[in-house]
Design a protein around this ligand. Structure first.
Ligand SMILES: Nc1ncnc2c1ncn2[C@@H]1O[C@H](COP(=O)(O)OP(=O)(O)OP(=O)(O)O)[C@@H](O)[C@H]1O
Ligand SMILES: [Mg+2]
Length: 202
């Protein structure tokens, strides 16, 4: 349609292009997840841990995803309080942030408060990365299961969001590769906080 110039209305054309771009970005994210997942399964995933500034790495991702979030009415807020350099695998931390922000945009869509806060903070021997939304949050009885591969909350036929159920399984593996962990907390007044802990000394 676009190739043959059948869409005369500028607004419509823009909308189609934007949908196509979003769809191709979604597919690239899916492919990245599937490839990493299969590497991990085969024991072939290689990490490249380097001492660096985690805030700078996350800041780049937040800037990259801000237009995508804005299209869905969300504002991404940076609150970076970690001060020390930590050893981390850049690609893994990027994937962690992309998956958590993508989830917040996807599952908090009906929320009144559409800010998503991306935080870093020191805690003992860990540096924490947090992604907080004000959507429905995650019920306590689902807080383990959603980290299983291919698990998604609810029935397939009634779901309004698309996904594979791999994002959080990968986030957990990547956190563990940094000798850390991932957990869920409840945001105030409501919503989900996904907290990823990375060890300061590997
Ligand atoms: N921020 C959130 N708020 C509420 N529920 C969430 C949130 N993040 C994840 N979930 C729930 O956890 C499930 C698993 O998330 P996960 O990221 O692993 O898979 P997905 O988003 O369904 O698919 P994929 O990430 O592979 O595209 C989701 O289907 C959703 O039900
Ligand atoms: Mg996801």
């Amino acid at each position: 349609m676009l190739e043959k110039n059948w869409v005369k209305n500028d607004g419509k054309r823009q909308e189609y292009y934007s949908n196509m771009r979003q769809e191709s970005e979604r597919l690239s994210r899916l492919i990245e997840n599937v490839l990493d997942f299969s590497r991990i399964q085969r024991g072939r995933k290689k990490y490249n841990f380097q001492l660096g500034d985690i805030n700078a790495c996350l800041g780049g991702i937040v800037d990259m995803l801000s237009p995508y979030a804005a299209q869905h009415g969300f504002t991404l807020v940076k609150d970076f309080a970690a001060r020390e350099s930590v050893p981390f695998d850049r690609d893994a931390v990027m994937q962690i942030a992309i998956n958590l922000i993508d989830n917040a945009v996807k599952y908090a869509r009906g929320a009144e408060d559409r800010t998503i806060t991306i935080r870093t903070l020191p805690q003992g021997r860990y540096v924490l990365i947090e992604v907080e939304d004000h959507g429905p949050g995650v019920p306590h009885n689902q807080r383990q299961k959603i980290f299983e591969e291919f698990y998604r909350i609810g029935e397939e036929s009634r779901r309004e969001t698309t996904g594979t159920g791999l994002g959080l399984a990968l986030v957990k593996k990547f956190a563990q590769a940094h000798r850390g962990f991932v957990e869920i907390a409840t945001a105030k007044p409501s919503g989900a906080i996904f907290r990823v802990a990375l060890q300061k000394a590997l």
